[in-house]
Design a protein around this ligand. Structure first.
Ligand code: AP5
Length: 214
């Protein structure tokens, strides 16, 4: 099964993709994570992407489509969760070609429907364990023991450089202008399923499971 999780920054795409990966063995393909890895390693892609991401704008279609193409076969057995991709019409078309070349097709496009002002709070408060990536939040989900990761016991945490209010507003505007307009393309194919992303993480997960099991 190949699915897209679609929604603005902070909608919970990464949170739900990680749950699906753990529960169903599907593979999370997050272009944001791939780009952050490239930036951290200082690869040619990372050097091109760094300033664009820091400004909250979109990296070029050619770069992100190539990144997905390189990783798609790793998700052949149990299916892929596309998290943060596609974000433009060109990327949606590129994905269709990449899947078609492998005899695969999308099963669902799950839109997480959310309130943007709440999302700004969600994003600005989030941080992750530097060792294992477990997600936390200043207001909603602190580690049980202060300064210690619940999952791995690590003591170092990190925050994304693009998680400040100004950049988040630009990321939201990019979503409205370039990504939300791809929904009608998928609606015309009968693929879009909507989930209320303002519910708790567990309620959102239950709603997504119901779609995948339907
Ligand atoms: P990317 O990494 O994809 O970021 P994003 O889309 O802005 O999404 P986020 O990761 O911020 O949010 P999310 O929806 O995954 O939410 P999360 O689960 O973390 O992209 C970053 C940048 O890379 C882009 O700006 C662009 O420059 C570039 N890029 C990436 N892909 C690209 C592409 N295809 N084309 C061009 N450029 C690209 O949740 C957020 C917080 O809320 C967490 O703290 C979480 O614990 C909490 N939370 C989650 N669900 C709930 C809930 N139900 N209730 C309460 N809290 C919740």
């Amino acid at each position: 099964m190949d699915i897209i999780l679609l929604g603005p920054p902070g909608a919970g795409k990464g949170t739900q993709a990680q749950r699906l990966q753990a529960k169903r063995g599907m593979i999370q393909l997050s272009t944001g994570d791939m780009l952050r890895e490239a930036v951290a390693k200082g690869t040619p892609v990372g050097l091109k992407a760094k300033a664009v991401m820091a400004a909250g704008e979109l990296v070029s279609d050619a770069i992100v489509s190539a990144l997905i193409g390189e990783r798609l076969d790793t998700a052949a057995a149990h299916g892929a969760i596309f998290d943060g991709f596609p974000r433009t019409h060109h990327q949606a078309e590129a994905l269709e070609v990449l899947l078609g070349e492998r005899g695969r097709k999308l099963d669902h496009v799950i839109e997480l429907v959310v309130d943007e002002d709440e999302l700004v709070k969600r994003i600005i408060g989030r941080f992750t364990c530097a060792a294992c990536g477990a997600p936390y939040h200043d207001q909603f989900h602190m580690p049980k023991v202060e300064g210690t990761c619940d999952a791995c016991g690590g003591h170092e945490f990190k925050r994304r450089p693009d998680d400040n209010e100004q950049t988040v507003r630009t990321r939201m505007a990019e979503y409205r202008a370039k990504t939300a307009p791809i929904l009608p393309y998928y609606e015309s194919k009968g693929l879009v399923r909507r989930v209320d992303g303002m519910q708790s993480v567990e309620q959102v997960a239950t709603a997504i499971d119901a779609i995948l099991d339907s």
